[in-house]
Structures are given as structure tokens and as C-alpha cells.
Design a protein around this ligand. Structure first.
Ligand code: DX5
Ligand code: ZN
Length: 219
């Protein structure tokens, strides 16, 4: 596995040209980050299962699906069945994260747990053996293009200590405001997977932007 993961978020791409957006980062990106929002868990609406199912056929890049939705028990397994590599749901949206992680793994995907800006990570650390990814939001979930919040890195540091102490096999992912001027701080705090929307799809050359982020996040 690569030492760090760069996952461009198609939230910052042209939604009428998603297949082209995926192809623009093939060979440069490790995962394609797909933000699913339901206008209930967050006050914004994006795409759902039919679009993800169609897009899956258009590119070989592993999909990192980030579900910002209520009732993930109802929807998350469908994304695993649609061929997502990793399916991440929010800790705030479910009462039994471990049960859903087991369902996802049985359905054929990796399982990810997401922690929003205002949620403490501490109560969830003991659940991490059931997960493949821990996503710490470095903004408040809901919109791309927001400013990175450095205070969220305390949670990244705490999670990194716990993961290393327990020798857990887990990706520690950050999402929100990750760009050339913030990725090094997140890496130093212990993140090893980086979502970047605006910093990749807002760039003239998305593949080159990914290479630059990878260099800055690996230093
Ligand atoms: C926001 C999404 C992010 C978003 C990040 O809730 O989860 O994945 O696309 O966008 P940037 O990189 O622009 O902050
Ligand atoms: Zn996301």
C-alpha cells in the first residue's frame, strides 16, 4: 500500500462531467472521494446510489464513499454492493457503529467511521479495531471550499497515538480545507490519508496538484 493516500473529492468537480473528473486523476490519485449528502444530516444535497453505481463503471479508481446522511444502516450496504472500496458513515448518525462496520465488511467493502468537527473522538477509539478508516473532519461537514480548522488536529494526534499503541491496521484520514498550505500540518499530526476537493479540482492541472500534495504530505 502507498505510504500516504491522496483522495480527490469530486464535490469540487463539474457534476455534469463526473466521469471526466475521475479520468483526470487516474494514475495520480489513490482513491476517489465521493461525498454523499442527504440534506438532513447536513444542509446540502449531492448525489446518491444511482450516480455512484454509474460512475463506478467509468473508472478503475477505488471509491472512498463519505456518507453524510441520516439512517446509514439503510443506505451504506448498497454502496458496498455497488463496488465502493471504502464506505465511511458518521458516528453522529448511528447508534451502533460496530454493527454497521460488520455489515459493510460482509458486503465486501472496507468500513470507515467519520467524526464531525464538534464530536469528540475519545469515545470511539475503542471501536477502531472494527474499522479500516477513521475520518476526522477538519471542517464542519456539509460544504467544500471551507477553511481548514487547525484545532481539529488534536483529535488526529489522539487517534494516531491510539492507533500506533494498539498496532491497528487503519487509515487515518482528514477531510476539509486540505491544500498545499495545510497538508503538512495534518501529516505531522498523524494523518496518512488526505481528501482534497478545491485544491485538486480547482487547479488547472488536477494530476499535478495531487503530485504536489503528495510531496508536501510525505515530507
Ligand atoms: C465536505 C466534504 C469534503 C469536501 C472537501 O463536507 O466532506 O470532502 O469535498 O472539500 P475541500 O477540499 O474543498 O475542503
Ligand atoms: Zn468528504
Amino acid at each position: 500500500a502507498p505510504s500516504i493516500i491522496i483522495a480527490p473529492s469530486i464535490l469540487a468537480a463539474d457534476f455534469a462531467r463526473l466521469a471526466e473528473a475521475a479520468r483526470a486523476v487516474e494514475g495520480a490519485a489513490d482513491w476517489l472521494h465521493v461525498d454523499v449528502m442527504d440534506n438532513h444530516f447536513v444542509p446540502n444535497l449531492t448525489i446518491g446510489l444511482p450516480v455512484v453505481t454509474s460512475l463506478r463503471r467509468a473508472t478503475p479508481i477505488p471509491f472512498d464513499v463519505h456518507l453524510m446522511i441520516e439512517d446509514p444502516e439503510r443506505w451504506a450496504p448498497g454502496y458496498a454492493e455497488a463496488g465502493a472500496y471504502n464506505v465511511t458513515f458518521h458516528a453522529e448518525a448511528t447508534g451502533d457503529p460496530v454493527a454497521l462496520a460488520k455489515t459493510l465488511r460482509a458486503a465486501g467493502s472496507k468500513a470507515g467511521l467519520a467524526i464531525d468537527r464538534d464530536t469528540d473522538v475519545t469515545p470511539y477509539l475503542e471501536l477502531l479495531p472494527h474499522f479500516d478508516t477513521l475520518l476526522i473532519m477538519t471542517i464542519k461537514a456539509g460544504f467544500g471550499g471551507q477553511k481548514f480548522l487547525p484545532e481539529t488536529l488534536d483529535k488526529v494526534r489522539a487517534a494516531r497515538r491510539h492507533i500506533d499503541a494498539g498496532h491497528l491496521e487503519l487509515r487515518l484520514e482528514v477531510d476539509g480545507g486540505i491544500a498545499a498550505d495545510t497538508i503538512a500540518a495534518a501529516a505531522e499530526a498523524g494523518a496518512d490519508a488526505f481528501v482534497a476537493g478545491t485544491a485538486v479540482y480547482g487547479a488547472a492541472d488536477p494530476a499535478e496538484a495531487i503530485r504536489k500534495l503528495r510531496a508536501l504530505g510525505s515530507a
